[in-house]
Design a protein around this ligand. Sequence first.
Ligand code: PLP
Length: 378
Amino acid sequence: MTYLDNNATTQPTARVVEAMLPYLTECYFNASASTATFTGADKPRREAAAAMSKLLNAEEPDCFIFTSGATESNNWVFSSFARGRKAGRVLVSTIEHASVSEPAAELARAGFEVVEVPVDAQGVVRIDALRDALREDTALVSIMAANNETGVLEPIAEIGRLIRELCPAALFHTDATQAVGKILVDLQGDWQDVDLLSFSAHKFHGPKGIGGLYIRPGFEVEPMILGGGQEQGLRSGTTNTPALAGLASAASEARNLNSPAMCSLRDTFEARLQDEFPEAVIHSRGVPRLPSTSCFSLPGMLGEEMVGALAAAGIIVGTGAACSAGAIQSSKTLRAMEVAHEIAVAGLRVSLSRYSTMQELTEIIVQLKAIRQELPPE
Ligand code: PLP
């Protein structure tokens, strides 16, 4: 199987699996018990917090609260915000992942004023529109760091500065699920205006079911789950020690990212694709993107059908399009970029990991050509 859908999930590294195993076998003890320092069960959480703090250059390890992943972290931001409030102005971009856009829609139904900030044709949040939308009463801004479909990097530092300039009291959250472990994130540098940041281990070679929320020191969020008081009283439940051990290992390995090499793989792939398919539309090619992501459309070929045909040939890639109630719904991000419907429904996403090779990418082009040849003439 050739796996090139790494924005969906990645393979845990051998070191990650090795780091998790002892906490499933001999050290399966409770991390919150008073005996935890003796059993060693408190170590994974401590190491995960330290590794995340180092990876993102956070102020201190205590800034991290661990959750089951980014969906939970994103939902928590919105539920915490809504608690004790009846109204407020909230800004989100038009290309957010459903785990942000759905909680935002829920706030709108509850009477909050939710405004969607548009992106330009390349998928970058329009700073002029954001500037206009940032009214004095804006209380929460949630804008993703890297888009899961196109890989476009949003200008988080610039957005943060603008928020501080125009609405100093507004809370700035970023869903950095696709950015963490892939690009440099510096919470005390360029990203110093971010108050809350969501991440997920399985996007950077860690295990599934573990992620977290960075909370800037001094900023308070409402508890998400009440109970035994784990996670600083904010998210109760017995600590998931194997997953945290895996997260700690993945976060420390992520510091050795080799993104220039990945960039050159991706760029070579796109150049060859364009040679073979001159009609190919490569999305967001002109703006900063995750090195791991190539999103393109081959007009006349349905993305969803391509994904199936490639899978039948042993190659797994992604598409943002979905078939609902018999109609083809194009990807949300491409729609927000105002890509023509027939191009958007042809969208495919190839996403690389540190294990991806040029041979695998060439294989996609070969298979796409074979699939095209089998298509009935238009
Ligand atoms: N946010 C973005 C941008 C994502 O790409 C994803 C996963 O696809 C999520 C959130 C949800 O992450 P998780 O699987 O950890 O809940």
